[in-house]
Design a protein. Structure first.
Lengths: 250, 250
């Protein structure tokens, strides 16, 4: 097991090293202002940390990602689970879900800003609405896969509703919840950036818009990599260990 | 606890919207602490009867009395299914804890005691997927006995196990039943198994099932082996007298 871990770690580190090497080499071939080298981007990151801009805007964006993520996960899970368990409800709302999945994110963002104004509520709402249908679809599949025979055991032994939900239903939904959470996280932060770019005066998206206007590619890459690093940190420190814990019986 | 069963014809509609009569009229009385086996051909309605007694299925007209009172949620009924139906995400300890009604401080002691009685204490933190099939059945027996049920319903609980494992489980079941006597209704396809374990056998006809013979077992349970000579003798006598009994005809 240790050997396996060691060889995987070597593979990951060498993959990262080769990526940096290709980037560095490409920056030599192109104009440095169009594709700045890794060390220029790194210097920009340090600069932005030094003037407190990076932490401030990243924190604002993270806050929006977190709130939208929680809202989308709760509402999407409830809708999806009910649709998966109730056939008539599913038939009724199925087309709504297809509609929700296919309306472009940009349209929802614009509509939310027009209807509710250029404010925080509209921004969070726009991101959540974009994500809810996807969570609902994944959880609908999860709810459909709930084993009837385990629910029968619960019914037969007359176990409480609380035990039924937490010890019989939810453990069967964990893989689907984790899948929805993982895809949700990667999608939401991308949408949050668009939302910020279009109608907020702070956040990573707002900063990227500023860099775009001045063709400051190093700034764009500095914020992008910082944010990707944070998302990877969340994935490796929080999501993966949680997933491992929840599915250790497998 | 005595059980009085009175069920009128049980009809259900299958996937092709065809009406199927699962059971004809069933009337029988089971004495307290009696071990009754139900033997009949496949599809004759044995499991449907169990599900009606256990409350999983509602019959059109039914009267199930336990100690002369209509069956209700207060009655402690346990079910041992054809497969162990243990929650794979819960440890053996937590699988048993799940069906325990009270949440007292003695609960841990009570579960540990029953695991000890069933020689499972060393595996209490294991997950069902990591133990053998025979052991899983043993856990489902322990789970059934943990609440000291008034009635224990067993639907072919030892099907598809090898002979030594099955005989070991007979021993575990009968020993525990003698320690904590309860009324048992046991479904089986094997007449020898019914003669070995039961006090009485209800033979069912082909679908729609009805009781065609109510037979009192004469053989002793010792030794608790399927090739028990007394059982073999009684088996031969029944087969000679009623050659079509196991095909659902008297």
């Amino acid at each position: 097991m240790y050997e396996n871990f060691k060889s995987n770690s070597i593979l990951r580190v060498s993959s990262l090293f080769i990526f940096l090497l290709i980037w560095w080499f490409s920056s030599f071939l192109y104009n440095n202002s169009l594709l700045p080298s890794p060390n220029i981007v790194f210097t920009k990151i340090l600069e932005e940390i030094d003037n407190n801009e990076l932490f401030f805007h990243t924190f604002i964006t993270l806050k929006r990602v977190f709130i939208s993520f929680i809202i989308a996960m709760i509402i999407g899970s409830v809708i999806g689970t009910f649709m998966g368990r109730r056939e008539k409800l599913n038939t009724f709302f199925d087309d709504w879900l297809v509609l929700g999945l296919n309306v472009p994110a940009l349209v929802i963002i614009i509509l939310c800003y027009v209807w509710f104004g250029l404010n925080e509520t509209a921004a969070i709402l726009a991101v959540s609405i974009n994500k809810i249908p996807m969570v609902a679809v994944i959880l609908r599949e999860g709810a459909r896969s709930i084993e009837k025979e385990y629910v029968e055991v619960a019914k037969f032994y007359n176990i409480s509703k609380k035990k039924l939900i937490f010890h019989v239903i939810l453990p069967q939904l964990y893989p689907y919840l984790m899948s929805a959470a993982r895809s949700g996280l990667s999608l939401i932060w991308k949408i949050v950036l668009v939302v910020e770019l279009l109608g907020r005066s702070n956040g990573v998206g707002f900063k990227l818009y500023g860099f775009f206007q001045f063709f400051d590619i190093s700034g764009i890459l500095a914020y992008t990599f910082s944010f990707v690093l944070i998302i990877l940190f969340v994935e490796f420190i929080f999501v993966r260990p949680l997933e491992k814990k929840l599915t250790r019986w497998r | 606890m005595s059980i009085s069963i009175s069920i009128k014809e049980q009809i259900y509609t299958n996937k092709d919207k065809k009406k199927i009569v699962a059971l004809k009229e069933i009337n029988t009385f089971i004495k307290p602490k009696e071990f009754v086996c139900i033997v009949g051909p496949s599809g004759c309605g044995k499991t449907t009867l169990m599900n009606i007694i256990g409350g999983l299925v509602k019959a059109r007209e039914q009267k199930i009395l336990i100690n002369d009172k209509p069956i209700n949620k207060e009655n402690s009924i346990a079910y041992v299914f054809q497969t162990s139906r243990l929650m794979p995400w819960l440890t053996l300890f937590n699988n048993i804890k799940l069906v325990c009604q009270e949440d007292s401080s003695d609960l841990k002691k009570k579960i540990s005691q029953i695991l000890k009685n069933f020689e499972l204490l060393d595996f209490q933190d294991s997950f069902p997927g990591t133990i053998s099939g025979g052991m899983r059945r043993k856990v489902s027996l322990a789970r059934a006995f943990v609440n000291n049920p008034e009635v224990l319903l067993m639907d072919e609980p030892f099907v598809s196990l090898d002979q030594p494992t099955t005989e070991n489980l007979y021993k575990v079941l009968i020993e525990y039943w003698k320690k904590k006597p309860t009324t048992i209704i046991f479904i089986t396809h094997s007449l020898k198994e019914a003669l070995l374990l039961g006090d009485r056998i209800l033979f069912f006809s082909k679908r729609p099932g009805e009781i065609i013979l109510d037979y009192k077992v004469k053989s002793k349970r010792i030794p608790l082996k399927i090739d028990n000579k007394g059982v073999q003798k009684e088996y031969d006598i029944i087969n000679k007298k009623y050659p079509n009994l196991l095909r659902g005809r008297k």
